[in-house]
Design a binder for this molecule. Sequence first.
Ligand SMILES: C[S@@+](CC[C@H](N)C(=O)[O-])C[C@H]1O[C@@H](n2cnc3c(N)ncnc32)[C@H](O)[C@@H]1O
Length: 288
Amino acid sequence: MGARNESLYGRFLAPVVENFLINKESLRQLDHQIDWETNVHRLTNPQVIYPHYYERSAFHGIEKGYLCKEAALSYDPIAQYALPPNETWVRQGLIEAIQGFPERILDLGCGTGTLTMMLKNAFLGAEVVGLDLSPYMLTIAELKSETECYNIHWRHAKAEATGLQSESFDLITIGLLLHEMPPGIAESVLTEAYRLLRVGGEILILDGNQKVLRQAPLLADIFEEPFIRDYAQCSLDAWLGAAGFGAVQSLDHWLVHQITRGVKGVRSQNPEEPLFADIEAIEEPCMG
Ligand SMILES: C[S@@+](CC[C@H](N)C(=O)[O-])C[C@H]1O[C@@H](n2cnc3c(N)ncnc32)[C@H](O)[C@@H]1O
């Protein structure tokens, strides 16, 4: 994975994970199986301008962050150890918190598409879009979905400015993304999600537990995560409320994770306010 030495992961865990827990030979085989140049070129949206923080941050100690094949190849093998007690169980918690029966689903910051594919599996008739800023991560996501014969649309774009049509989704999910960006950008992502959801649509977020991260700051040092301390000082509930969502609720999920849900068009904070007061304000031209 090429982790640097500053994080606890880089200093202590990387040698164990990379030398004993990851099957390097299968990663080499996967690497050789992929025509990176062709796929990255095909999946790249030439209109995307990478935000400064994204291009410059060494997420997880990888120098080029998510903009390289090493990040994409090593993501799934590491993620299975980074989401205790069990990656699938942790992700399934988000799926089980969904209350509606969505027909159009958007997974923002989908990465290698593990959660996106679980969503497709849970709602087989739904149209599912996975959106990410790294064409390398999307390359792996697409390969995985083709292998499993899942019809998922993979889109290269910024979660904070997707270019998708307003009010075109019933469900938006965000898995492990918001702790990886400056808080101001995370808030813009939620504002964009609000614009994209139809009235009554749900947003579901799976991420690090902010309360626990505040109480045990050492946890923030495990992986090299440049923005996780800022994330820990904030409140997803407050962010969702500020973006316009109602019925906002966060649940602790196996202590170190949290699942947060909100609904567009349902206001729970101020009962005096009309329920759909802000809907007109999101009228925007179709950019999709
Ligand atoms: C930790 S990974 C999470 C991936 C996936 N959601 C999961 O649950 O495993 C964060 C992902 O968010 C993507 N990302 C980061 N900033 C983004 C942005 N502004 N817009 C879209 N994707 C972004 C990264 O490229 C990376 O694939």
